[in-house]
Design a binder for this molecule. Sequence first.
Ligand code: 4AD
Ligand code: MG
Length: 432
Amino acid sequence: MERIQIIDAKNHVGQTVQIGAWVANKRSSGKIAFLQLRDGTAYFQGVVVKSEVAEETFQLAKNLNQETAVLITGEIREDTRSKFGYEIGIAGIEVVGESHEYPITPKEHGTDFLMDHRHLWLRSSKQHAIMQIRNELIRATYEFFNQNGFVKIDPPILTGSAPEGTTDLFETNYFDQKAYLSQSGQLYMEAAAMAFGKVFSFGPTFRAEKSKTRRHLIEFWMIEPEMAFAHQEESLEVQEQYVAFLVQSVLDNCDYALHVLERDRNVLEKYTQLPFPRISYDDAIELLKKNGFEGIEWGDDFGSPHETFIANSFDRPVFILNYPKAIKPFYMKPHPTREDVVICADMIAPEGYGEIIGGSERATDYEYLLEQIKTHGLDPEEYAWYLDLRKYGSVPHAGFGLGLERTVTWLAGIEHVREAIPFPRLLNRIYP
Ligand code: 4AD
Ligand code: MG
């Protein structure tokens, strides 16, 4: 007998097969028992009819506890009443691993309780659907950048540099030296772009931010492309094409997950339309002021109510261009005709999900960068290698970073970024 996965049930209609699964839920009457089965690939129903199986099989089915691991044998049938479309008519059940008093019952649980049981919570259908969307974004990321001639380069995780400012660094001992967990691979990706032209990285990054918002993780995954011989406008085009590609990939390959999450496909369809609108930082400030946001002044960074208002003025993700130099990192290219702004953009997702991309054109001038490094209180000796890139064939280059979890949160349509990563590291949480 063939052992199959639930996801492949459609290819085995009418056949008797074996499936290794867990019992997610069950209900039964005197004559029939319905088991909600999951095997990691999908969920579907198993039906045990008293008159069709041995009495002990029926009794076993009726008494299976939630999350018991079982080997099921039976015949795959179509099931037009379920979204999944197939079920198994169970002939035999073998218990592989018992389960007693599984803590996550079908009733409602509080967030803290669920987060304490994250190792088990991952099994539930909503969490499973979110992780499938995450997996699709990872898969589509590699597809997009490989198709477009980018080389994957892995920057180090233990570093001596602080591209995004020194306030939120995780410090650690590197033998008799200080080291930090990477905030961003960008500076290394700039070196890589000078070696390979178009590159991208994808890895974990760390920010010791004392933020407890629904958008902040302490450990998150970032995709950081970098392009040599490219200006900001070209980078913006790559960004919008990449994000539209991610949305389309989720639409194409995550139909069942979107259904579980009750995410409206029509809403997502709009986000595949290019180009994405662009608004300058200056105009965004004016827009906010005209609409009753008191207290925001030119020079301030946006808070999430500001970002949400700006995003709601458009029907798809929007770029906010050219922020004040004073609130951005040291490496950004100065504006050619204005002292006070730099050539950069943040991409703000619709529906209140906030910034998903930060990017910029990079300063290419050695003297300018050296001065910026000093102004930001960084040690030029630690950045000597980075400055070298401006000594030996410096060229215009631009890049960006997309936060994976914020993008998952947005496309899955969920409340909080903590559900977009398998084991979230939060301000007050490193368990499990
Ligand atoms: O805007 P950020 O800080 O940009 C950089 O790190 C650049 N060096 C990227 C580059 O140009 N190569 O971060 C980029 C993105 C943000 O837009 C956001 O999506 C995500 O990373 N991000 C976070 N996601 C979750 N939790 C946090 N604490 C995050 N901080 C940034
Ligand atoms: Mg940013």
